[in-house]
Design a protein around this ligand. Structure first.
Ligand SMILES: Cc1ncc(COP(=O)(O)O)c(C=O)c1O
Length: 357
């Protein structure tokens, strides 16, 4: 694609092309699925245990607990940490809906702190003023594949004895100061929704932790709270990961680093393209390695008035005539009077920079 842009040749670039990725791994994925089918160990089972071992190593975490989705990873983490009725949880408004949705589902109240304009991640300097005696946890989100500022966030959490849960749904393989996302807190929550950098053939998720007791509790909670079988010591849910998804994920995990690296190369190319335009490219903190789950840009305020920007993507013109991009309008959890999150959400353009292209 980069050659086509340089030479001005027009080509069709879909926002996400999972078929292209599948073509490169089909030969490995199909036997892996077939093996699970032969075993009929379909819910949890050996394929899940094997994947958990591999992904724990990849994530540099002591424990990895496979669950049914990124949403359930957040939910079961909140449950495991005992967050519930009457509690408050500080998080960012600029995220996928389920970050705050899960807080409400356990009976707690999400309290929002605005984002930093450069990283789009929660601004640590706004957190402490929102801490009350009801606050029990902070959920930073590593949005678009870049880690939130975990050092100041953890300092605040320690001062006030709060739990921290990383919403790392978009950040598998991303790191800060050489430490992989998912290791800065009690629980790291990942999503394997098909469009994620590491995507299953359906839904899937993961919780990483470095605490043994927490890992044990998470495993019990993901299977209705039973331990041993048919003895229910706590109320959990059906948050189990399927064997087939784990088998697919194990294959894809072998490619993840090279796909992420390709995304970084593509992002560097986009940075170059945008360097002499008013488009603000993603700013990656020097301590972070981003996996560019999305390449999100900010456009100047006055651009929103143009019909072109409203109706279609300016990226189509800036990058490649036929490239598709999406206008993000669905990310607002609450409206800020004049805040950044609202602005970004309505006038931000997202483009994946797939590692498999
Ligand atoms: C930031 C964030 N949190 C949570 C989720 C929820 O993950 P899932 O779709 O696997 O339930 C997503 C997925 O889109 C996400 O992007």
């Amino acid at each position: 694609m980069q050659d086509a842009i340089r030479t001005g040749v027009s080509m069709q670039v879909p926002l996400l092309d999972l078929k292209a990725q599948y073509a490169t791994i089909k030969e490995q994925v199909m036997p892996a699925i077939s093996k699970v089918c032969e075993s009929q160990a379909l819910a949890l089972g050996p394929a899940v245990a094997d994947f958990e071992e591999k992904i724990a190593t990849y994530c540099q975490s002591k424990y990895a607990v496979g669950v049914s989705s990124g949403t359930d990873a957040l939910l079961v983490s909140l449950m495991a940490l005992g967050i519930g009725e009457g509690d408050e949880v500080i998080t960012t408004p600029f995220t996928f809906f389920s970050t705050a949705g899960c807080v409400v589902r356990v009976g707690a109240k999400p309290v929002f702190v605005d984002v930093e304009p450069d990283s789009y991640n929660i601004n640590p300097s706004g957190i402490e003023e929102k801490v009350t005696e009801k606050t029990k946890a902070i959920i930073p989100v590593h949005l678009f594949g870049q880690a939130a500022q975990m050092k100041p966030i953890n300092e605040i959490a320690q001062r006030h004895n709060l739990a921290v849960i990383e919403d790392a749904a978009q950040a598998i393989g991303a790191s800060q100061d050489g430490i992989k996302c998912g290791n800065f807190s009690h629980c790291g929550c990942f999503s394997f929704y098909p469009t994620k950098n590491l995507g299953a053939f359906g839904d899937g998720g993961l919780v990483t932790t470095n605490k043994e007791t927490l890992a044990q509790k998470l495993k019990i909670l993901r299977d209705h709270g039973q331990s041993p079988r048919y003895f229910y010591g706590m109320i959990g849910g059906n948050f189990r990961l399927d064997g087939i998804q784990a088998a697919v994920l194990s294959v894809k995990l072998g490619y993840l680093d090279s796909w992420n690296e390709k995304r970084r190369q593509n992002a560097a190319f986009y940075d170059e393209v945008f360097s002499d335009t008013p488009v603000q490219s993603p700013k990656i903190d020097q301590n972070n390695v981003s996996i560019y789950h999305q390449y999100a840009v900010t456009v100047p305020d006055f651009w929103r008035k143009t019909r072109l920007v409203r109706r279609y993507s300016i990226l189509c013109r800036c990058i490649c005539r036929n490239a598709s991009a999406s206008l993000a309008t669905d990310l607002v959890i609450y409206r800020l009077p004049n805040g950044f999150a609202m602005k970004f959400s309505r006038y931000r353009f997202i483009r994946n920079c797939h590692g498999n292209r």
